[in-house]
Design a protein around this ligand. Structure first.
Ligand SMILES: Cc1ncc(COP(=O)(O)O)c(C=O)c1O
Length: 477
């Protein structure tokens, strides 16, 4: 645990340096190497590799003439659709009047944190998405970092939460909680969500749950019981299912439909915290005003059309658009699952520390077992390690300190997205057609290695190169 209070000097330093988007910097560096004619394996930048599905493009086109300013809080129809989507998928009840729409979930996170009182302590669980730290620092909030452990799949334990709160049990705390997690790709099981929910209640912690990757959950067939697995049947496990009264749930369209550049996020706030809507709306109306009209109108189609099913976490899509979206997500998962597994097996065999990712498109290897060997090479921190990997193996990854991990842990985020998502989805659609595949959201069969070798060869080579770097360290006397 690390406590942070930000005085002016720290704030200035951070504004000057850290706030330059670290992920974008890696992307730029990779591009300049490519411009020199080198093949760079771009595993540094975590954008969805998949295209926007056609139904949403059609909706955007249909709404292109909408030029009016929309309500600051967002269209009621969209807020209603979002609430029914959350209920159908995660069985958590939120009211449309307590939902707010913004240009990107990042913006909602920003105004939500800004709207919290200054005596609230923000807990950032690490490894943490690069944005949480700067947006908390910019606003001069009290902050504590809670470092999770790879052996716990980078998920905080109830004991850690208790320990964090023990000294000042009455302090107001908001924990930024992000599962499926960027950068580790790990996600919650039902058992973990249940025990954490009990601990959050006991310690009176509010959870700001960023579930942007929820629909890219894994379906690891690990033979475990439902409570402890990441199976198709279970789907994404949202902490909101288990303590909705204290979970502020953030999502958007960046990953559910690969539309990051459309800029639209949605946040649902529990009844008891609904007073946050007002300051958030004031910030919104005096900065961005509202989300752009064509996108917001079109986005209704992303969340509409799901019918909740009793005791079933996988609602059947009831409209043509929802069905198209589910087929798209199902295919995306069937491609991502074996990619993650391949990366996990390769990296684990190379002797680095790695937690098995079960969702999204990330993996977070830690090179601590080779710390002494790296130091002998003059590499003393994660930035230097990533630069060395880029120089020797042409693999661009992002160093762990960007995710608030200690630099001498030698961790890094690997984004498993260096493939053409449109081409790969099209190839799978063709194969599915040939095989008479029928959508079944309870049973998804992954693509095989032959498919990956044919369609994602560059990505596999990038993973191999990274593993090779670790293997060489292993072999070094
Ligand atoms: C954890 C996490 N939250 C939020 C976002 C951004 O979401 P948006 O595009 O809705 O601002 C990202 C994007 O990479 C992310 O990784």
């Amino acid at each position: 645990m690390e406590s942070w209070t930000c005085d002016k000097v720290v704030k200035q330093l951070l504004l000057r340096d850290e706030l330059k988007s670290q992920t974008l910097a890696i992307n730029e560096k990779s591009k300049s190497l490519e411009a020199e004619g080198k093949t760079v394996y771009k595993l540094g930048f975590g954008e969805s590799p998949f295209p926007v599905p056609q139904f949403l493009i059609d909706e955007v086109v249909k709404n292109a003439s909408a030029n009016e300013y929309l309500p600051v809080q967002g269209l009621e129809e969209l807020r209603k659709a979002f609430c029914s989507w959350i209920y159908a998928k995660y069985q958590a009840k939120y009211e449309p009047q307590n939902v707010i729409v913004a240009p990107g979930s990042k913006m909602n996170l920003f105004t939500c944190i800004a709207s919290l009182s200054d005596n609230v302590e923000i807990i950032i669980v690490t490894p943490a998405w690069v944005t949480y730290f700067p947006i908390t620092v910019i606003q001069n909030k009290k902050m504590t970092l809670l470092h999770t452990k790879p052996e716990n799949n980078f998920i905080p334990t109830p004991e850690q939460v208790d320990e964090l709160c023990a000294a000042e049990p009455n302090k107001l705390r908001v924990m930024i909680f992000n599962y499926p997690n960027n950068p580790s790709g790990t996600s919650l099981t039902i058992a973990q969500a249940k025990s954490l929910a009990a601990s959050f209640r006991k310690n009176n912690i509010v959870i700001l749950s960023d579930e942007i990757y929820g629909e890219l959950f894994g379906h690891v067939n690990n033979g475990k019981d439902e409570e402890n697995s990441h199976s198709t049947q279970v789907g994404h496990v949202s902490i909101a299912t288990y303590c909705p009264e204290r979970v502020i749930l953030s999502n958007g369209i960046s990953k559910v439909v690969g539309a990051g550049g459309y800029r639209m996020g949605v946040m649902a706030i529990p009844k008891d915290l609904a007073y946050l809507i007002k300051p958030m709306s004031v910030l919104a109306s005096n900065s961005y005003s509202a989300v752009n009209a064509p996108i917001e109108k079109a986005a209704i189609s992303v969340f509409k059309g799901y019918t909740p099913l009793a005791n079933d976490r996988k609602p059947l899509p009831a409209t043509k658009d929802a069905l198209e979206n589910e087929i798209y997500l199902s295919r995306s998962r069937r491609i991502l699952n074996p990619i993650r597994r391949y990366a996990y097996d390769k990296l684990k065999a190379s002797g680095v520390i790695v937690a098995e990712p079960t969702a999204a498109f990330y993996i977070y290897p830690i090179f601590t077992p080779y710390a002494d060997k790296l130091k002998k090479r003059g590499i003393t921190n994660d930035k230097d390690l990533c630069l060395d990997i880029l120089a020797k193996k042409s693999v661009a990854v992002l160093y762990g300190s960007a995710f608030q991990r200690p630099a001498d842990e030698f961790g890094m985020r690997v984004c498993l997205v260096d493939f053409n998502g449109k081409e790969v989805l099209d190839a799978l659609a063709k194969e599915d057609e040939k095989n008479g595949w029928v959508f079944n959201n309870h049973s998804e069969v992954d693509v095989d290695m032959k498919f990956l070798e044919k369609n994602c060869a560059k990505l596999l080579k990038g993973i191999n190169n990274l593993a090779e770097y670790a293997e060489e360290l292993k072999a070094e006397k």
